[in-house]
Design a protein around this ligand. Structure first.
Ligand code: BGC
Length: 354
């Protein structure tokens, strides 16, 4: 286990940005940066023991200043969409930026992925790096000073553990997620259509229209292209003649995860690439996950001269339902003043065993 730090570049203010490489005994490693608490790469062994980098990302810090697709981003204070950017808390309505149509997406232009975080701890013992920042009252329009930390740990079992912790001095909205795009054949390998996905989900949250605000209902996945209860290729039904998929240009929906109990981490999804035989299992304590099949990636110059386009990666963003703060059927994403926000998501990598 080892953690090494290198320079990634500078902000316009002159502040230095670093990359931390967190390696385990096998030589597999991840890289994270204090700019945006972004996960820049995950290099894990394939069936031949060669390391494959299985997430999309950039080589240059300047590219992360733009990062319109949110590669590897820590999204906060709120992941996903809020109708009209309006957040009611204790009878008062707070206005978030309207950065996508009239709605808020991923907290707007001042998202956590665009901030320089402090490095709170580099733990050789845990093989982990903890980033922290104070998100001030009214940042993104939200109430409360929110002291937040994100820990990335890379274990000897090739698990990437992401642990979010925080506390606010006022009741507020908190729904953090990571926006990594996975490609289990390697980030440079093109479409993920032939990769398999299975999710422990019987229901999803349909959207009203192409602006992707949920109707507020839960719909059964059975007998629809949204059914991933047994593994199937991401590309199998992605272009099906099914209204929900046509509106969003492919999968871009929130799936309810079975056996939700606050604070309990359970296995919720598994993905697999037949060529590399790399398997990724997702474990989390959140009630839902946004499965996004990279529909809007247009042309991005990625790491090592890779070019990413539509469906070069898929996201499994663990979270509360979109717009949950405005939907009484959904799980409440409100964090009470003084209470601890604590959420864990694990992406566990292995090679398929027959
Ligand atoms: C959203 C997509 C969006 C993507 C990048 C995902 O979480 O659901 O609609 O295009 O993030 O912003």
């Amino acid at each position: 286990m080892s953690i090494t730090k290198r320079e990634f570049g500078k902000l316009e203010s002159g502040e230095e940005v670093s990359v931390y490489q967190i390696k385990n005994e096998s030589g597999a490693y991840i890289e994270v940066t204090d700019y945006g608490a972004i996960l820049r790469c995950i290099c894990v062994p394939d069936k031949d023991g060669n390391l494959q980098d299985v997430v999309l990302g950039y080589d240059k810090l300047e590219q992360y200043f733009v990062n319109g697709c949110y590669f590897g981003s820590t999204i906060g204070r709120n992941g996903n969409r809020i109708a009209g950017g309006k957040v009611p808390v204790n009878g008062q309505v707070y206005q978030m930026p309207q950065n996508e149509n009239e709605n808020n997406l991923h907290s707007g232009p001042d998202g956590y992925e665009k901030q320089l975080w402090k490095v709170k701890e580099v733990s050789e013992e845990e093989n982990a790096v903890t980033f922290t920042r104070m998100s001030p009252d009214k940042e993104q329009g939200l109430p409360g000073n929110f002291e937040v930390a994100v820990t990335y740990q890379f274990t000897g079992d090739n698990e990437v553990k992401i642990h979010y912790q925080g506390v606010s001095d006022q009741d507020t909205l908190v729904n953090m997620t990571n926006h990594s795009y996975f490609n289990l054949s390697g980030h440079q390998s093109g479409t993920v259509a032939d990769q398999y996905l299975c999710m422990r989900s019987e229901e999803f949250t349909p959207v009203i229209d192409s602006k992707s605000i949920p109707t507020g209902e839960y719909a059964k996945v059975a007998d629809t292209p949204m059914d991933f209860r047994t593994e199937k290729k991401i590309g199998q039904d992605v272009d099906a003649d099914y209204e929900q998929l046509k509106m969003t240009g492919g999968y871009d929906h929130n799936f309810m995860l079975m056996d939700y109990q606050p604070g309990k981490v359970r296995s919720v999804a598994k993905a697999y690439a037949p060529d590399t035989e790399i398997v990724m299992e997702v474990l989390t304590d959140t009630p839902a996950v946004q499965f996004y099949s990279g529909n809007f990636v247009e042309r991005e110059e990625g790491k090592n001269n890779a070019v990413y386009t539509k469906r070069s990666g898929f996201c499994l963003e663990t979270q509360f339902e979109p717009d949950a703060v405005n939907q009484k059927n959904f799980h409440s994403p409100i964090l009470k003043a003084g209470e601890k926000y604590d959420s864990t998501t694990i992406y566990r990598f292995s090679v398929k065993k027959d």
